[in-house]
Design a protein around this ligand. Structure first.
Ligand code: ZN
Length: 244
């Protein structure tokens, strides 16, 4: 299972249909480019789901057949149904991996799983970003040298209102001076979560080969292990041995 995770890429798919400056990079949607990147990295089962599909394309059967869910959203976080959020949250707690991208830091699902504000400082001036690898032995950083750069990205700056991550894999510097924990891991229940900051919709970020590599690494890392997925319930249990 860990070699070839079954992936679902979820995208709100809104700005690409509205704004020419987004459509020129993502004519078929951000989800299509993310999917192509994962297929290029050897994954085979990569489906997509979008906001306007019934149940946002994230019905029980889809989630059961998903090892790792990748999430991109920006404008329409509030339109995501709370029942779907609860379903995704339960899936993560039972072991489904979740890769949260860019402005999905304010998605309902990420904030529910973090339990904090998830707010940050931002500036949309298209400045250079340098992503430093701060955990070179981490599998999500495999194949990345000391750092890599994006010519233009949206600045996301600290303080980032997240709980202390299990590991910080990438720390970013922006041309305007800020730093940001741009690649962080978390665990919730049996599920693994990776937040990755690059991906503002007016830039071609998800076409960048190293961004695609990081996301593919993250999907492999977040996939449930051989133990698979298992839900949670309160259970009254007998003692292991007689109590005297
Ligand atoms: Zn953005």
């Amino acid at each position: 299972m860990t070699d070839l995770p079954r992936v679902t890429v979820w995208n709100e798919y809104h700005e690409e249909r509205r704004l020419p400056e987004v459509a020129r990079h993502y004519p078929e949607g951000i989800h299509a480019v993310l999917r192509a990147g994962l297929l290029a990295h050897g994954m085979v089962q990569v489906r997509t789901a979008t906001l306007e599909e019934p149940g946002h394309g994230l019905g029980e059967a889809v989630l059961e057949a998903t090892d790792v869910l990748v999430w991109w959203g920006h404008r329409r976080h509030a339109d995501v149904d709370d029942a779907v959020v609860a379903r995704v949250q339960a899936a993560v707690l039972s072991g489904m991996g979740l890769v949260v991208l860019h402005s999905a830091h304010m998605s309902k699902i990420f904030r529910a799983l973090m339990g904090t504000s998830c707010t940050l400082n931002w500036r949309h001036d298209g400045e250079r970003e340098r992503l430093w690898v701060v955990a070179p032995a981490h599998p999500i950083a495999a194949g990345i040298d000391r750092y890599f750069e994006l010519e233009q990205e949206e600045m996301y700056g600290e303080p980032f209102g997240i709980p202390t991550p299990d590991e910080i894999v990438f720390m970013s510097w922006f041309q305007g001076g800020e730093v940001f924990r741009s690649g962080s891991t978390f665990s919730r229940g049996r599920g693994r979560i990776f937040y990755f900051q690059p991906g503002h919709e007016t830039f071609p970020t998800y076409h960048h080969p190293l961004v695609q590599l990081v996301i593919a690494n993250a999907v492999r890392w977040a996939a449930p292990g051989d133990a698979g997925r298992k839900g949670w319930k309160n259970a009254q249990v007998p003692p292991i041995e007689p109590i005297s």
